[in-house]
Design a protein around this ligand. Sequence first.
Ligand SMILES: Cc1cc2nc3c(=O)[nH]c(=O)nc-3n(C[C@H](O)[C@H](O)[C@H](O)COP(=O)(O)OP(=O)(O)OC[C@H]3O[C@@H](n4cnc5c(N)ncnc54)[C@H](O)[C@@H]3O)c2cc1C
Length: 446
Amino acid sequence: MASTVFGKRIDVAPPKKDPTDSGWYLAAGPELPYNTLRGEVTCECLVIGAGWMGLHAARRYAELNPSAHVVLVDAGRIGNNASGRCLGFAIDLAHNPRKRDFIEDVKGNNEEYHVNLEGTAYLKSWVDMGVDCDWDPQGKYHSAATDHGVADLMNFSKALDRMGQKYRWVEKNEMQDLTGSKHYIKGLFHPGTVLLQPAKYLMNAARMMPKNVTVYENTIVNTATFGKPQHVFQTQGGVIRARKVILCTAGYLNNFGFFPKSAIPVYTFASMTRVLTEKELAGVGHGPFGLIPANSFGTTVRRTTDNRLIFRNVYAYAKGHNVGTAEIYNAREYQKLSFDRRYPELTKIGFEHSWGGMLTLAQNGGMAWGELAENVYSSSFCNGTGVSRGSAFGKAIAELASGMSSETIEILKRRAKPSRAYPELITEFGVNYVTGKRFKEAGEEI
Ligand SMILES: Cc1cc2nc3c(=O)[nH]c(=O)nc-3n(C[C@H](O)[C@H](O)[C@H](O)COP(=O)(O)OP(=O)(O)OC[C@H]3O[C@@H](n4cnc5c(N)ncnc54)[C@H](O)[C@@H]3O)c2cc1C
């Protein structure tokens, strides 16, 4: 890998701008001031990309190397990227029915659990230092609205039993009491997940970085020359020289010359209501909650701390990482359907914000984690959830780059690297066919 990227100037295609802002980002209050890089800067370690992975990589590298200057850059505003577009479940253990041996793979599930707990603890340590993000460690409810949804929950419970995890079945009446909706017929409560406001966390955390970190937003890295003793990166307005670099650029890692044509950009979408009135709140339970659909193509729902409802569903292949307003409005129609099914008396209020965000998948589920070339590190490709996992991956990559070892590092080193995807036309057809079919099959879970 090193020989193919070292010494050459690589023109890095910029990440695509999303057509609408994250509702969380808009709901987090007035935009905060920011720095854009102008001029030249030299640092010990440059982290590119400030999502869950990059933000925690920069923090950890700076903590472990207090005399090193660390620079964190992002092409956009922190909190308005995929990380700030997510539903804010910091998950300890995700139900992953796509994994064929999910129930039997006790070792794999325990490893995933170990990594996620480390991520959640690292998030919590920042919250304890004052990062405001509506942190709510109430756990998650896996919700079923159909008999096939209940069967999915049964399967999940088998995996939890094998792991010795505690959980609780939730009957129809309790689901109705929790949510105010008659839509659900059963649920499974699993403690350990934390609900948070993702954009708030990211924006506030970026401002509580250790003192040896400099953060630049709206700073796109346009060229990369990997080399020794320094790597050199050009942005629109400046140049960054760094002895080490940690690439946390999700699927855009391909643009830096690594694992070419391996990223499969899949979008998923969400819509958020305005803040509900006292009268409206009477019909949506007693306080905040987070529901993960039993069927992974169903609808994720949250009632937020600031008393909004959010619905997430629909997956779509984003050809060339592009998603337009048409796709967002198409998905919004399905989110309206979900709203209507659950809260027919409220649905007329519509949505205040709708948005999409990119998940980076690899054909083989692999991730670009580790030292890719001398002093070039990466933590990219979430393949699904990324809050607790991404934070743990980011923390661990900084530890690896600082010469440390840990159980999480060993687990991540064993993971497969991303394989090259099928040609784009085939991948696009495949993703749209499978997601369309599974979406139809999800039926009332949507
Ligand atoms: C609607 C939705 C709901 C979701 N819900 C959840 C959930 O509840 N829980 C959960 O765990 N996960 C959830 N996810 C998944 C989660 O959001 C992702 O796994 C996570 O955001 C990935 O983080 P990341 O740090 O890898 O990437 P990103 O957040 O994509 O960060 C990568 C960054 O790299 C920057 N970048 C790329 N190229 C350049 C360049 N050339 N120069 C400068 N910067 C560059 C980008 O600007 C970007 O900010 C959800 C995703 C979506 C879209």
